[in-house]
Design a protein. Sequence first.
Length: 275
Amino acid sequence: MKPGGMRIVTRVMLTAAVALALALALRVGAQAMDRADLAKVLKAIPPNGPFERYGNVTMRSRAKAAGMAPVVFPHWVHRARYTCRVCHMELNFGMRRGDSGITRALYTSGKFCGACHDGTTAFTVQAGPNQQCNRCHMANTKELNKRFAEFAEGMPLASFGNGIDWATAYNEGNIRPVNSLAGQVTLPFPEKLKKPLKLGTASPRSDVSFSHQDHYAELDCSSCHPDVFNIKLKSTTAFTMETNIYGNFCGVCHMLVAFPMNDCRRCHKGMSNSY
Ligand code: HEC
Ligand code: HEC
Ligand code: HEC
Ligand code: HEC
Ligand code: HEC
Ligand code: HEC
């Protein structure tokens, strides 16, 4: 078997192992967690698609109207090189599909994609002898998927999402994303946020702790405050796994780009104990 084949088998087995562990948790861990709640949560989570497609944003409305193939924006290519804050703060990309209002006129004048796709940092958006329109406007993702497979080869494994443990990749230096278009800048981190927060609901039944420091490595405060988490309203009292799964709170990122909700034990450290 080719080495790539072995990795795929490993990944599939990892996924199966987690599914089995969850099935067991439903039986054995009943006293630790309400069984009906857990079953409801598990049923509501969408299945993980192919690893290479997780985090891809397909933009088709303007492209289609102009007779161009849809644009596929892959997060994996970009997050290996840039932290989230480069695009979602410095370059003003929205964190909701379609929110940014990208047009050809804007990006050819150096906004959005054009801030980097200028023929120097990355292949150009301009028409001309070096044009590569079809690297963004793609009829299918075959080439892109092939490059994903090569990229994923050296990366730490995860069971869901891209099949890549991005947190470990970042911490161990498999990827070294810069945190500003100006290169690496030092961002002061408030001392008082160093202690992880214990999150609880109105009727706390779980054991989730949230690390500001881990998230601040890649994100800006404004990625979460005040839109996703309103501190004054103590928005976490409205938490349930269902609101998360429907793309609110943690689910804003942890359903679409960061590891998805299927990966229970990465947030619920206690859950792995009942496996
Ligand atoms: C770096 C990626 C990228 C490259 C390269 C690129 N485009 Fe686009 N293009 C986009 C994005 C993003 C949109 C917005 C897509 C949407 O919302 O449907 C877009 C939209 C368009 C549109 C729709 C009209 C409009 O006003 O937005 C046209 C026409 C277009 N591109 C033509 C081209 C041509 C021709 C080339 C090559 C010379 C090209 N594009 C190269 C990313 C790219
Ligand atoms: C190179 C730029 C870039 C980087 C880096 C980047 N993003 Fe994005 N992100 C985008 C673009 C472009 C979109 C689509 C915006 C639109 O459609 O208007 C997007 C959309 C999203 C969405 C919504 C996806 C959907 O399917 O609706 C989320 C969530 C998101 N990004 C989170 C992140 C996180 C978390 C990181 C860091 C791990 C990150 N992004 C890094 C450019 C980037
Ligand atoms: C912060 C800089 C930055 C921004 C913003 C950015 N890109 Fe990129 N992009 C890159 C770099 C760097 C690469 C890797 C370049 C290479 O392989 O030549 C890349 C690669 C890609 C690829 C992979 C193509 C391939 O053939 O492997 C696609 C597709 C792409 N970008 C689309 C987009 C679209 C669409 C946007 C805007 C919605 C965008 N990018 C915004 C820096 C950026
Ligand atoms: C990934 C999302 C995320 C990012 C990024 C983030 N926060 Fe938070 N923050 C949270 C969550 C979740 C809570 C808990 C909110 C609640 O209880 O409603 C919180 C709570 C807080 C609190 C209240 C702390 C307490 O003890 O109750 C402060 C102050 C705060 N954040 C400041 C910041 C600052 C400053 C930054 C940037 C350095 C930042 N946050 C970045 C998600 C985030
Ligand atoms: C704005 C985007 C965003 C939001 C909102 C967000 N996260 Fe994250 N989180 C990330 C990114 C990006 C990573 C890096 C790992 C990855 O991409 O898979 C991460 C990593 C983590 C990790 C580290 C996992 C590990 O294995 O080291 C935990 C735990 C976590 N998030 C929990 C939460 C919880 C709980 C919430 C809600 C209170 C939350 N996150 C909200 C983007 C976000
Ligand atoms: C990205 C982080 C994250 C992941 C992944 C995650 N959860 Fe949660 N979960 C939370 C947060 C935050 C809460 C609310 C805080 C609390 O109650 O302690 C919560 C609460 C819960 C609750 C309490 C009941 C409720 O709805 O309020 C259950 C049960 C639960 N999660 C089960 C699961 C299961 C099963 C999985 C995997 C299929 C999972 N969670 C994956 C973050 C996560």
